[in-house]
Unconditional design. Structure first.
Length: 317
């Protein structure tokens, strides 16, 4: 057998190492995340600030326009997207190549009122109640729960208006109740006299779902074509996101300060709001079961919410 010279041996090893690096994380080091400026992006902001993934250049673009972000992902101008579960399901039904990485937000919505006599759904009959979007996810939740209680929804005067306007009208006494998410809940409770939390949407949901209060609200999606080519990096980002969720849950004070720095939200309000927000990453099987059940119920309420069908197996990463 011929012996390889020392110089040739070292050269060969260096070449192999370079080849390995070229096909590893560095080949896909630029990772763009499109997300709304909410709690669901805090885990990624923590990952970015603390360089949890030193081999990945994590670029986070914040925008409240979910459709714009979805369009960027669909055209290859983003690798990950944070948006509502049903938004991703609807996009998948339209043929957009994305997959569900995780559902991360499971509790966020509440009903506020000033009238001390309002304690349950039946007390909203004849009242003016604000919801952000007719036919939207929160409208589905409220209509579903009202129906389950045996109440005729037409007996409640629903006012569909964006959350900021709803909060203003509620403060002025022009609405009897508002259904809004955190952190707006904490902002209203701290600034509107006599405002009280009268219904926890998650607890109401649990009554009809085996005692389980988890509602799959917000999810992390990935561009499938990119993830298939960069499976290692995609998995690393997903794992780091889960670590970020654990950090937020274990450090609400520090997470509130991070939100104040990066999202422009008051730290004291965020810390209160996080107590009523459930961030959690479950395993694939559990997430899939809850997501499919929720999307099926959405489909029965308004097929357009999910694109006319519940996603197939290819929807789940």
């Amino acid at each position: 057998m011929r012996r390889i010279g020392w110089f040739s041996f070292v050269t060969l090893i260096a070449f192999l190492l370079l080849a390995a690096v070229g096909t590893g994380p560095c080949a896909a080091s630029n990772v763009r995340v499109l997300a709304p400026p909410g709690f669901s992006v805090l885990p990624l902001l923590w990952v970015q600030e603390n360089k949890v993934l030193p081999q990945v250049d994590l670029q986070i673009e914040l925008s409240p326009d979910h459709q714009r972000s979805l369009g960027l992902l669909a055209t290859g101008h983003g690798e990950f997207l944070v948006t509502g579960l049903n938004v991703g399901a609807k996009a998948y039904a339209k043929g957009i190549g994305l997959q569900l990485v995780n559902v991360n937000t499971w509790a966020i919505d509440y009903v506020l009122a000033k009238d001390a006599s309002i304690k349950g759904w039946k007390d909203l009959v004849g009242k003016r109640v604000a919801l952000p979007l007719q036919g939207g996810p929160l409208d589905f939740l409220v209509q579903y729960l009202v129906m389950r209680e045996g109440i005729d929804a037409t007996k409640i005067s629903f006012v569909y208006t964006p959350v900021p306007q709803a909060v203003q009208l509620f403060a002025l006494g022009q609405l009897d109740a508002v259904v809004i998410p955190e952190p707006q809940v904490s902002q209203v409770l701290s600034s509107v006299p006599d405002a009280a939390l009268v219904l926890d949407i998650q607890k109401e949901w649990a009554k009809w779902h085996r005692g389980n209060p988890d509602i799959p609200y917000v999810a992390l999606f990935v561009n499938k074509a990119w993830a298939d080519k960069n499976a290692i990096v995609a998995a690393q980002v997903a794992q780091a996101y889960a670590q970020g969720v654990d950090w937020v849950n274990g450090n609400p004070g520090a997470a509130a300060k991070l939100a104040a720095r990066t999202l422009g939200l008051p730290a004291d309000v965020v810390e209160k709001a996080l107590r009523r927000t459930k961030l959690r990453v479950y395993d694939r099987a559990h997430t899939k079961a809850l997501a499919e059940e929720h999307l099926e119920e959405m489909l029965q309420f308004n097929a357009d919410l999910v694109g006319g069908t519940v996603p197939d197996e290819g929807f789940f990463r």
